[in-house]
Design a protein around this ligand. Sequence first.
Ligand code: AMP
Length: 275
Amino acid sequence: MRAAAASAGRGSALALVPTMGALHAGHLALVAAARRAAPVVAASIFVNPRQFGPHEDLASYPRDEEGDLAKLREAGCDLVWMPSVEVMYPPGSVTAVEVAGPPAEGWEGTHRPGHFRGVATVCAKLFLQTGAAVALFGEKDWQQLQVVRRMVRDLDLPVRIEPVPTVREADGLALSSRNRFLTAEERARAPRLAAELHRAAAALADRRPAAPVLSAAVEALTGAGFSVDYFALVEAESLRPIEALGDEPARLVAAARLGRVRLLDNIAVPPRSGG
Ligand code: AMP
C-alpha cells in the first residue's frame, strides 16, 4: 500500500477515507471531500473485527466488494486498500491503541465496550499503512470523530483529521450501511430519531434545562417503538454530559434500536444547516 501510494502520489499528499464498505452516498461525500483536500485519494475497506463486540453483527455486517469498487471508481478515488484480517492483524498481533478517557468514555464507549480501542487501533494502523496526510471522517459517528482526533493529537500522528457533515435521506434519516436491514415499516418510523434530535435542539436553544427535554425525547422515541440506549446533551469535543446549553459548542448524541438495527445520530445545538 505504501509503495502504491508513493507511486500514485509521486510525493503529493494523500487523503484517506477509512470505511467498512457497503458504501452509500455518505461515504461518497467523504471521497468528494478527500478530492478537495489532496491530489491523491485512497479509500480503505476493512470490516474491522476488533471494533465489534462478541454479540455484535460482525458476521452479518453487509459486504459488497464489487459495488463498492464501482462506486469508488465513479467517485474518482485513485487507490483502494482492502487488507485481509490476516494482513491487518498477523498472528501474534497484540498491540492496541486506547483512548483512555474522554471523549471515548460513555455513550458508545459504554454500550460497546472495547469498540473505540478497536477503532483507534485500526485507524492508527491505516494512517501508518497509507502515509495519509489527511483523513476524512463523517460527523455521523460524532464520538468516533472526536476519539480519532484525540488519538492523533495524543500520539502526534502526522495526519490532519477533517470532518464531513452527515448525509441524510430526504426524510432526515442519516445514511448508514445498516439501514438496509430495516423492514419497510421500521424504515418509515426511523426518521423519528433525527426529528426528535431537531426538536430537542430547538428546545435547548432556548437555554432550557436539558433533563426534561431529553426525557421527553426518550419517551417519544420509546412510544414510537424505539429502544433508546442514550439521548444526551454533551460537550462537542469531550463528549462529557452537560446539564444546560452554555457558550461552549454542544452536541446532542443518540443511539436507539429499531428492530434488529441500532441507529446512531447526532446534531449540533443549536442545529447548523446540514449538521
Ligand atoms: P463506516 O463504513 O460505517 O465505518 O463509515 C466510514 C466513514 O463514513 C466514517 O467516517 C463514517 O462517519 C462515515 N459515514 C457513515 N455514514 C455517513 C453519513 N450518513 N454521512 C456522512 N458520513 C458518514
